[in-house]
Every structure is written in structure tokens, then in C-alpha cells.
Design a protein around this ligand. Structure first.
Ligand SMILES: NC(=O)c1ccc[n+]([C@@H]2O[C@H](COP(=O)([O-])OP(=O)(O)OC[C@H]3O[C@@H](n4cnc5c(N)ncnc54)[C@H](OP(=O)(O)O)[C@@H]3O)[C@@H](O)[C@H]2O)c1
Ligand SMILES: [Zn+2]
Ligand SMILES: [Zn+2]
Length: 362
């Protein structure tokens, strides 16, 4: 297969080349490419990527659905791999360790948010794993749809030894993005919790909310997912297109996590919150969602957002998943099937996370 031309590292420079899949424009499919990675500095680890999950964010950004994508774009922020090289000052990792990299690879580390463990809200802007300014090489960061990556050890996670490696890759975005708001809102025993959308994020939300002891209700637009939702840990399933079924749950939820990636009627979910109930939005439709203020006034309801989670909390989530044997339900694909996987995401045809077997890139 022909490789797309990339700026290549001059001989003797501090860069090496690695294979990747990239989009060169919003309308072009992902295709093989060669990219540059920095050689590891004293605090860096170089990771051979074994598996990379496919998040709906990858699709939004590859196709510039939110604006702001710089091309070429190499998506991928659910990375599991093996350390193949560790810089001289690296303390926590050594060659051969199995590690993870999620949505961030750096931040300022000195602002209040960074100091408090919320690097995702860094005042100077977190450096996301792809499509963020790369201070080392210039240009933009490139994500996990590639052979290898070099990351400062402060942004590298330890993977639980007992979990299947491919199935634990999605914990690094889908896992933490659902764990963090569920924890923040103290979801647990005695609470009725809704998860809207049974895709990558949603199915992790179900598993985690169930593990925290909540009564979990899944809202899906896909009647074919009802059985799976129950198997994944839901106590009840509502097909959200059925308004009578929706009404039965009026004013009864403590907390609802909305993972939907497309436009939908958010007000129908506000109506399901009991007094002081909260709906947290983690799905990011490209278009603004219309909010009926009246549906928030009753029951003093609140509407919030949540963005992934900090490094400390991501490690806490991984350790929790290790202890409770929680992984993602995945469909392993060779990287050559990535464009097909994107089309299937758009049809809600994912059970429940695509993970790329990076050996296919060889
Ligand atoms: N906030 C964050 O930090 C963060 C992190 C990661 C991802 N995200 C965002 O979260 C969203 C979900 O990501 P994902 O990877 O979980 O996506 P996904 O696997 O494609 O799942 C999304 C699910 O939403 C439901 N859905 C899709 N279109 C719908 C529609 N028109 N009306 C109602 N429901 C619909 C479907 O579930 P059913 O078939 O069950 O209806 C679908 O499976 C994306 O927008 C992504 O960018 C946010
Ligand atoms: Zn993601
Ligand atoms: Zn900061």
C-alpha cells in the first residue's frame, strides 16, 4: 500500500518514524501514513502500541464535526502498549511494562487545576493525545492509530495485570469519562441512575454504575440492545422512542448520564429527574441542544457536563476495574477496517467498542 507523504525526520535528528493511519481531510477516509515521533527524553517512555480503542470522538475530530481539526490527523486515545524504552529519569516504568495512555499526554502541571489533579481542565490547555499543539516536534500531536508513541511518564497509566489487554483499552476514555461523573455525583446504593445511549461510553457507564450498587436504567433507541443492556448490568431498559414507557419514569431519577453523540430531546430526560436530580452530559452532539428552562425549574433540577478525568482519577478507575474484573465488551478489528467501523458507529451498530489490533499495522 502506498504511504502518504509526511514531513520526515532528518537523519541524525531527535525523531523516528512510525507507521500510522491518518485522515488528510474531513472528507477523506483514514489511510496508511508515516509519522514522526520524538526520541524519548529523560522523563519519557516509548510505547509500542498493542491495542487502541475507537472512540466516537475520533470520528467527530477526523471529520472536523466540531471544527478545529488540523490535518493530517491521527486519532486514537485509548492506547494500551508495552514500554520499549524508558528515559534516564523515568521512575515508575521500565522496559516490558504494560501501560496505558488516555486522552491527554501533557498539561502545564502548575495551575490550580493541574495541582488538584484535574489536568483535563488545565488553565493553559491540556495537551490532548491528538490534534493538540506538540511542543516537542511542532505541529500537532498524533494519536494511537499508530505503531508507537512517546509520552512523559506523568501521563502514563499502569494497566491492571489481571484484565484482558484489548478489552481494557476502552477504559482509558470510555471508562474514565463515565467513572468520573458517577463518582462526582456519588452514585451508589439506593439511587436510581439512568444511562442514555448504549454505545462505547454508555455500556461502561452501565457496568460502573452497577458495580457502585445503583439501580441502573438504560435508555436506548435500539430495541435490539435490550437483552445486552440487562446482561451488562441494567436493572431496567427503556426504549426511549416509546413515550409511554418514558413517562412511567417521570421525576424518579437521582442522576442521569447522557452519552448520546447526536441531536436528541434532552428535555425528555430532565422530566425524569426527581428533586435536586442532575443530568450530566458527556456525549457531544455537533449541534447545540435546546434546553426548555421550565423542565429544569421543576424539582430544582440541574444540568452539567463532564470531561474525561484527571490522571490520578484515571489510575483509580483502572485499579477499581482491576479489582472488580471490569472491561469493555469489544469487537477487535484490524486497522484496515477502521473506515467501516466509523460507518457502523454512525448506525449505532457497535457492540460495544471497536478496538484496533495494532499488529495489523505491520
Ligand atoms: N465528555 C467527554 O469527556 C467525552 C469523552 C469521550 C467521548 N465523548 C463523546 O461522547 C459521545 C459518545 O461517544 P461513544 O464513543 O460512546 O459513541 P458511540 O459508541 O457511537 O455511542 C453513542 C450511542 O448514542 C446513541 N445514539 C446515537 N445517535 C442517537 C440519536 N440520534 N438519538 C438518540 N441516541 C443516539 C446510540 O445508543 P442506542 O443505540 O442505545 O440508542 C449510540 O450507540 C460522543 O459525542 C463522544 O465525542 C465525550
Ligand atoms: Zn474518547
Ligand atoms: Zn495546568
Amino acid at each position: 500500500m502506498e504511504l502518504t507523504n509526511y514531513p520526515v525526520a532528518p537523519i541524525g535528528s531527535s525523531m523516528t518514524h512510525t507507521k500510522a493511519y491518518s485522515a488528510v481531510a474531513a472528507t477523506s477516509p483514514l489511510a496508511p501514513a508515516t509519522i514522526s515521533r520524538r526520541n524519548p527524553g529523560p522523563h519519557d517512555v516509548q510505547i509500542q502500541i498493542l491495542f487502541c480503542g475507537v472512540c466516537h470522538t475520533d470520528l467527530h475530530i477526523a471529520r472536523n464535526e466540531w471544527g478545529g481539526t488540523t490535518y493530517p490527523c491521527v486519532p486514537g486515545h485509548e492506547i494500551v502498549g508495552r514500554v520499549i524504552n524508558a528515559g534516564s529519569h523515568v521512575k515508575n516504568f521500565k522496559e516490558g511494562d504494560i501501560v496505558g495512555v488516555g486522552c491527554m499526554v501533557d498539561s502545564c502541571r502548575t495551575c490550580e487545576n493541574c495541582q488538584d489533579g484535574f489536568e483535563q481542565f488545565c488553565d493553559k490547555g491540556a495537551i490532548f493525545t491528538y490534534n493538540a499543539p506538540d511542543k516537542h516536534l511542532g505541529g500537532m500531536t498524533y494519536g494511537g492509530y499508530s505503531d508507537s508513541v512517546v509520552v512523559d511518564e506523568a501521563f502514563v497509566l499502569r494497566m491492571p495485570a489481571n484484565l484482558d489487554l484489548a478489552a481494557s483499552a476502552p477504559l482509558l476514555c470510555a471508562g474514565i469519562t463515565t467513572y468520573s461523573p458517577l463518582r462526582h455525583h456519588k452514585v451508589g446504593k439506593g439511587q436510581k441512575v439512568g444511562i442514555v445511549g448504549l454505545g462505547g461510553l454508555g455500556h461502561m457507564g452501565v457496568k460502573l454504575a452497577h458495580a457502585f450498587g445503583a439501580h441502573v436504567v438504560v435508555f436506548t433507541t435500539s430495541p435490539g440492545k435490550v437483552e445486552d443492556a440487562l446482561r451488562l448490568g441494567a436493572d431496567e431498559v427503556v426504549v426511549s422512542t416509546n413515550t409511554d414507557e418514558m413517562k412511567k419514569h417521570g421525576s424518579s431519577f437521582h442522576f442521569i448520564l447522557d452519552t448520546v453523540a447526536a441531536s436528541h430531546d434532552i428535555n425528555a430526560y430532565f422530566a425524569l429527574l426527581k428533586r435536586d436530580g442532575n443530568l450530566t452530559q458527556v456525549g457531544v452532539p455537533a449541534e447545540p441542544l435546546p434546553v426548555q428552562v421550565f423542565s429544569l425549574l421543576h424539582n430544582r433540577r440541574s444540568f452539567s457536563g463532564s470531561l474525561i478525568g484527571g490522571i490520578r482519577e484515571t489510575q483509580e478507575m483502572l485499579d477499581f476495574c482491576g479489582e472488580h474484573g471490569i472491561t469493555s465488551d469489544i469487537e477487535l478489528i484490524p486497522i484496515q477496517k477502521i473506515n467501516e467501523a466509523y460507518e457502523r458507529l454512525l448506525k449505532n451498530d457497535v457492540k460495544y467498542r471497536f478496538v484496533i489490533d495494532m499488529a495489523s499495522l505491520k
